[in-house]
Ligand binder design. Structure first.
Ligand SMILES: [Fe+2]
Length: 342
């Protein structure tokens, strides 16, 4: 496990070394973003739990996004019969919820329908689905998402959570199961011909990055993707399932958390999955978090997983967790041109 001291030293070294030719792994970022580092325009952020607004001099046209996370649909049909032993526990989770606004009894299916109805005609440019949309890889659940969100006059973009692809107790590593069930079940939720583990869309000059961190770890190809995508200095938002580590946060804020390791894995038995590794995160995951925090044009990070709202400001950058949408909760994200000043 890396200590907090060594993490600080590492970050300090990486910033200091950005312009040095002796540290090639940071040089690509430094050279491509040198002017962006110096010149990325003033950007502000404000939040009131159900809506956030960025104002930036780098933005020309307003962009409006609705984030929803952790719907946890549990519906299933005969296509799931042979997998019942793996879906049983999660098929009973979050079956009844209370609507966030009215307090009325509801459930994930009704909550998603309610979200779609409220989103219609509101001028959204996109819906961002940040994982755990289904509680296990249910074909009926995937069909339901597609059908329900097709009523909204905005496209949706999806990235996996740790439950979307997980059949509990099924043999295989998390990477293998994620790849397999994306292919077998979840693919219809992604845009055509993208890499489900890392893709981007550009809307009116704003880049939305979708990176799958649902195994808590980042792959080298995902780190490369992030670096390349950020090199053009477009204002960018990052959407993932599991939040970045922030000092003081519990280990579920897991990407780059120094305590993410076997000793702090309390759920591997109940979730019937491999235990987190003894040695904790790989270097790629730490480097990914550092890169996110350092990039001036990556203006915000939006995640789920925790099920309750939180906001951390990391290196001046908002890192936000959305409430679970299984009670109808959403987060409206607006990226707006900076107001004219005297
Ligand atoms: Fe969840």
């Amino acid at each position: 496990m890396r200590s907090l001291l060594s993490r600080r030293d590492f970050l300090g070294l990486s910033i200091g070394a950005a312009a040095a030719s002796s540290v090639p792994e940071f040089q690509a970022f430094a050279s491509s973003n040198e002017s962006a580092v110096k010149d990325f325009p003033t950007t502000t952020f404000s939040s009131d739990q159900t809506a956030v607004r960025f104002y930036s001099k780098a933005v020309v046209e307003p962009v409006k996004i609705l984030q929803l996370s952790d719907v946890h649909l549990f519906i299933d049909d005969e296509r799931g019969d042979e997998y019942r032993q793996y879906s049983e526990r999660m098929s009973k989770a979050y079956n009844h919820t209370r609507h966030f606004e009215s307090g009325a009894d509801t459930n994930p299916q009704e909550a998603l329908k309610d979200i779609a109805n409220r989103a219609k005609g509101q001028g959204y440019d996109a819906l961002a689905l940040t994982g755990d949309i289904v509680s296990f890889p249910s074909a009926a659940g995937v069909d339901y998402v597609k059908k329900t969100l097709s009523d909204v006059d905005a496209p949706f973009y999806y990235v996996c959570g740790n439950h979307d692809w997980h059949f509990e107790g099924m043999e295989g590593t998390e990477r293998e199961l994620r790849d397999a069930w994306i292919e077998k079940r979840l693919k219809p939720l992604f845009p055509k011909d993208v890499n489900p583990l890392a893709y981007s869309v550009k809307i009116k000059g704003i880049k939305l990055l979708f990176i799958d961190d649902s195994i808590y770890e980042i792959l080298p190809s995902q780190l490369d993707f992030l670096r390349k995508e950020l090199a053009d200095a477009a204002p960018s938002l990052l959407f993932m399932h599991i939040p970045l580590y922030a000092p003081g946060r519990r280990v579920a804020f897991g990407v780059g958390h120094p305590e993410w390791n076997a000793a702090h894995d309390g759920n591997y038995k109940i979730e019937r999955r491999p235990r987190w590794p003894e040695e904790g995160h790989n270097e790629t995951t730490y480097a990914f978090r550092d890169e996110v925090l350092r990039a001036p044009n990556l203006i915000g990070v939006f995640t789920g997983h925790i099920h309750s709202y939180s906001l951390d400001v990391l290196n001046g950058k908002p890192s936000s967790v959305a409430r679970a949408a299984n009670d109808g909760s959403t987060l409206k994200i607006e990226v707006l041109p900076y107001p004219t000043e005297r």
